[in-house]
Design a protein around this ligand. Structure first.
Ligand SMILES: CC(C)(COP(=O)(O)OP(=O)(O)OC[C@H]1O[C@@H](n2cnc3c(N)ncnc32)[C@H](O)[C@@H]1OP(=O)(O)O)[C@@H](O)C(=O)NCCC(=O)NCCS
Length: 183
């Protein structure tokens, strides 16, 4: 029997997201989406096919990441959002990244998560003045997320990044500490 919540209860569930540290115990939730190719179309991501691979991935890429958080519904990790700082003369800016398990797409979840990060990260890191994101030119959903939060589309970087073996044009977006986050 399907016990999924219906109607208003279900909508409420998707507005109640939280962000927390990623843990090794998230591996079973991780495996639910880690083999999904829809997810990896616009990502630099080697699909994980075993639990050991997934554990290695979480250890190497999530737990040791300088700032990475699981996006959760009722504490279940449905994927992540991260901010990668730069050093030296680039320390005024950091790169935003995010991804969500396919079955949760189109419910406003990543837009909510990006707003949460955009409203807190500048006070967490006092030297930070800009967050930027690079989005595949065909990834319209991700571009829309950033526009809804208030990021500025700065332009297209031609043949900027190799994704799944092909060099891709990427759109660069930014949000400054002085910009207004849309609510
Ligand atoms: C891109 C991604 C992060 C979006 O997350 P999400 O929670 O589904 O996004 P939201 O529901 O908050 O918003 C998506 C918006 O894009 C729009 N959208 C989705 N697909 C679209 C398309 N093909 N063309 C135009 N708009 C599109 C939605 O309608 C929505 O806008 P709206 O609220 O104005 O209707 C998610 O699809 C994902 O994880 N994809 C795989 C990994 C990835 O691409 N990561 C980003 C790398 S830069």
């Amino acid at each position: 029997m399907d016990n999924k919540p219906e109607g208003k209860e279900r909508e409420y569930e998707f507005t109640e997201i939280t962000l927390r540290q990623i843990e090794l115990s998230d591996v079973d939730d991780f495996m639910e989406w880690a083999t999904d190719e829809k997810f990896s179309r616009f990502c630099i991501w080697d699909t994980c096919t075993s639990k050991d691979q997934a554990l290695d991935y979480i250890k190497n890429n999530d737990i040791y990441h300088p700032w990475s958080r699981a996006i959760c519904i009722k504490n279940k990790a449905i994927r992540e959002i991260s901010v990668m700082p730069n050093s030296g003369c680039h320390s005024c800016r950091a790169e935003l990244g995010y991804e969500l398990a396919h079955k949760y797409w189109g419910k406003g979840i990543v837009t909510r998560a990006v707003k949460m990060v955009a409203t807190t990260i500048f006070s967490e890191w006092s030297n930070l003045e800009r967050i930027e994101a690079f989005v595949d030119i065909d990834n319209k959903g991700s571009q829309r997320v950033l526009e809804k939060v208030g990021f500025l589309r700065e332009g297209v970087l031609r043949k900027f990044m190799s994704i799944n073996g092909k060099s891709r044009d990427m759109v660069i977006f930014s949000l400054l500490s002085t910009d207004v986050v849309q609510h």
